[in-house]
Design a binder for this molecule. Structure first.
Ligand code: PHE
Ligand code: FE
Length: 298
């Protein structure tokens, strides 16, 4: 992937912090960026987690596990069980070794949100950035910025699946390309509606593979409840690239795939013409249902 020249787009640390401050509604970024290297990688310092933090992790883990059987996809649950992450905040290195053996991905520790360019470079090189800090007890049910529970519990298990792992790498390459084509806004929507909030159709019914749902206390049940005001429609890539999303409520639209192979193949096409076309028009509101779209959760 290294043939994409990104040198002309390096974001200064200050510019990055300004962007993230906007995204977090002016609040300061959490996390210690002072010891990060040029790729925003830090040491996990596993020994420094407190017993209270391990307790909180266990409570989060147990709450999710009371919800996920029968709702999360088998790929997620099978990998999670093998990861032995129930007993406390995991040591990234240990899981990283198992992950590398399975799909060639590794985990890197980061202080929190990182610049888009850096994020894409990690993904394109099969490295998944995981935030080191854990939320506070009062954030048990809801947290604004991703923490170690969301990043590790929500994202890492899916990287044990070879097809999904390849998709994530291609997404990183696609991100570097989108930066040059001015398509970031569009491409970010695809990440949101697949990697974070994706559902998959199985013979047993709809199942969750999106990390934003898998690590959430409320949305696990909500997204699979028929009759809410949200829709569940089959993923169409161009439609998804053109759909706005909500960051502070449950999703109003869930995009459903039939297989990870479908996701991989559907995104293998060149997005450049899509970006060109979509930039001309208006994005669709998050609660759009087009005439030819069918509700899949009944
Ligand atoms: N095929 C996309 C492009 O040409 C890149 C991509 C792949 C994006 C996979 C997302 C997921 O830009
Ligand atoms: Fe995430």
């Amino acid at each position: 992937m290294d043939n994409i020249n990104t040198n002309n787009m390096t974001v200064s640390n200050e510019e990055f912090l300004a962007t993230v401050a906007e995204k977090s509604h002016g609040a300061a970024l959490r996390g210690d960026y002072e010891h990060a290297d040029s790729h925003y990688v830090v040491k996990q310092h596993w020994q420094a987690y407190t017993e209270a933090e391990h307790d909180l992790w266990r409570a989060l883990y147990q709450r999710q596990m009371s919800l996920l059987p029968g709702r999360a996809c088998d790929e997620f649950l099978d990998a999670l069980h093998k990861m032995n992450a129930a007993d406390g905040i995991p040591e990234f290195e240990k899981t990283s070794r198992a992950l590398f053996a399975a799909t060639g991905w590794t985990i890197v520790a980061v202080p929190g949100l990182i610049p888009e360019l850096t994020f894409f470079e990690h993904l394109a090189n099969r490295r998944f950035p995981v935030t080191v800090w854990l939320r506070k007890p009062e954030e048990f049910n809801y947290i604004v910025e991703p923490d170690v529970f969301h990043d590790f519990f929500g994202h890492v298990p899916m990287l044990f699946n070879p097809v999904f792992a390849d998709y994530m790498q291609l997404y990183g390459k696609g991100g570097l390309k989108a930066m040059q084509l001015g398509g970031l806004e569009q491409l970010a929507r695809l990440y949101w509606y697949t990697v974070e909030f994706g559902l998959i159709n199985t013979p047993q019914g709809l199942r969750i593979y999106g990390a934003g749902i898998l690590s959430s206390g409320g949305e696990v049940e909500y997204c699979l409840t028929p009759g809410t005001s949200s829709r569940h429609i089959h993923l169409n890539i161009q439609r998804c690239l053109n759909t706005l999303y909500k960051i502070d409520t449950y999703q109003e639209t869930y995009f459903v795939i039939d297989s990870f192979q479908e996701l991989f193949e559907g995104t293998a096409t060149d997005f450049a013409p899509y970006y060109e076309q979509l930039k001309q028009g208006q994005a669709l509101p998050a609660n759009t249902l087009l005439p030819d779209e069918k509700e899949l959760l009944v």
